[in-house]
Design a protein around this ligand. Structure first.
Ligand code: SF4
Ligand code: SF4
Length: 389
């Protein structure tokens, strides 16, 4: 599947201290560049579908800056892509990453109706969120985000909370996970700030917080209301499947296309930044792909750090992520020290959780990770049935 991300604007109404989306300025993508990018993405999907002999698929994502500042453009893109994809039988999927402050009840309803999967940036409780996610005048944006969460309650939704964990906010992490679990029940994606400077003290705080989170996830399964946290469940799933599947790994320089406001193409949305890094630019939607650069980026995929070659955790480790590697080591094909620390930690915590739940034959755990392997379990009585087998 082709993964096309449109960075609709360089502007944002927040000024998060850790933002990697570059300098904020009121410059947005023109409707012509947006449509041209969509045409380009659809053409790539068509070619891929033909090569693989199956229906072409494309995931179109909106990113920024804050993409909701360009609400009309976003709607136009949706309409245009739908019309063009319908004509050529391409299956469309949609995502949007937003800071939530410009959501309204009507917008949420529209996005859900149109089948978007939303990434909602919320660092946690007010204390954690307020460390970095502020308006230009320094106000904490948490109140507006918490208000927007109300529109997801009781509604069929497809949304995840994206929580950036940084050395300066990590001390609030365990409380934040509890708060998010109690408040809205959305899946939580912890997104460590890989590019930050993690001191020994911050790493220790991170370890304690992950251990506490592990206990929280354990309790949630035992209470029959599993809390979904990517750093735990993804590692358990990777264990069950024998490692990450190819479709879960990034395809930097190949099927990942992020388009900046100018039409310049990059191998990942995380790498667009100020749109001034020549070494990562793969061409422009108006002038075409820079094949040499594309090949160079494709060749620089996969982790070449020899310390990982015989590591037993390799199949379950994010060492393959080119953009994470780039921000931690300056090379897309070289895993950094913090990634190694983080992956070892999350795998250890996930394994502790999984071992206990497996021993208890927890029915929600069994159903989530082993359905098809073991008899289905659906509640307290069925838990007993699983236990007996
Ligand atoms: S909301 Fe997103 S784009 Fe805006 S400043 Fe924060 S991290 Fe950057
Ligand atoms: S980064 Fe660390 S945990 Fe991951 S494969 Fe390499 S050595 Fe193993």
């Amino acid at each position: 599947m082709i993964n096309l991300t449109l960075c609709l604007t360089h502007d944002c109404n927040l000024r998060c201290g850790y933002c990697y989306a570059g300098r904020k300025r009121p410059v947005s993508m023109s409707v012509e560049t947006a449509f041209r990018s969509i045409d380009f993405g659809l053409e790539q999907a068509r070619k891929e579908g033909k090569a693989l002999g199956r229906q072409p698929e494309i995931l179109i994502g909106f990113f920024g800056g804050e993409p909701l500042l360009e609400w009309d453009l976003l709607r136009k893109c949706r309409k245009y892509a739908e019309k063009e994809a319908l004509r050529s039988g391409i299956r469309l999927k949609w995502t949007l990453t937003t800071n939530m402050t410009l959501l309204t009840e009507e917008r949420v309803a529209w996005l859900m109706e149109k089948g978007f999967r939303l990434g909602l940036s919320l660092d946690g409780n007010a204390a954690m969120h307020g460390v970095w996610r502020k308006y230009p005048d320094g106000r904490n944006s948490h109140g507006d985000c918490a208000a927007a969460l109300e529109w997801f309650k009781g509604r069929e939704h497809r949304a995840d909370l994206i929580c950036v964990v940084n050395p300066l906010n990590v001390r609030h992490l365990a409380d934040s996970v509890r708060w998010m679990g109690e408040t809205c029940g959305l899946d939580i994606m912890l997104n460590p700030d890989f590019g930050a400077r993690w001191t020994e003290e911050a790493l220790e705080t991170l370890s304690s917080a992950y251990e506490e989170i592990g206990r929280e996830v354990l309790r949630s399964y035992q209470a029959g209301r599993p809390l979904t946290l990517n750093v735990i469940q993804s590692k358990i799933a990777a264990y069950v499947k024998g490692g990450y599947e190819a479709c879960e790994m990034c395809t930097l320089g190949e099927r990942e296309i992020a388009v900046a406001v100018s039409g310049n193409m990059y191998p990942c949305a995380r790498l667009v930044g100020n749109d001034d890094n020549e070494s990562l630019r793969m061409g422009n939607v108006w002038t075409g792909e820079d094949w040499k650069k594309k090949m160079t980026l494709s060749a620089a995929r996969g982790n070449k750090n020899p310390k990982c070659f015989f590591c037993p955790l390799r199949p379950r480790c994010l060492q393959w992520c080119g953009c994470v590697n780039y921000v931690t080591s300056g090379r897309t094909d070289w895993v950094g020290e913090f990634t190694c620390f983080h992956e070892r930690l999350s795998i250890r915590v996930a394994d502790d959780v999984a071992e206990t739940l497996w021993e208890e034959r927890n029915p929600w755990f069994i159903r989530e990770f082993y359905s098809g392997t073991l008899p289905a379990a659906g509640g307290e009585e069925e838990a007993g049935a699983v236990e007996e087998k």
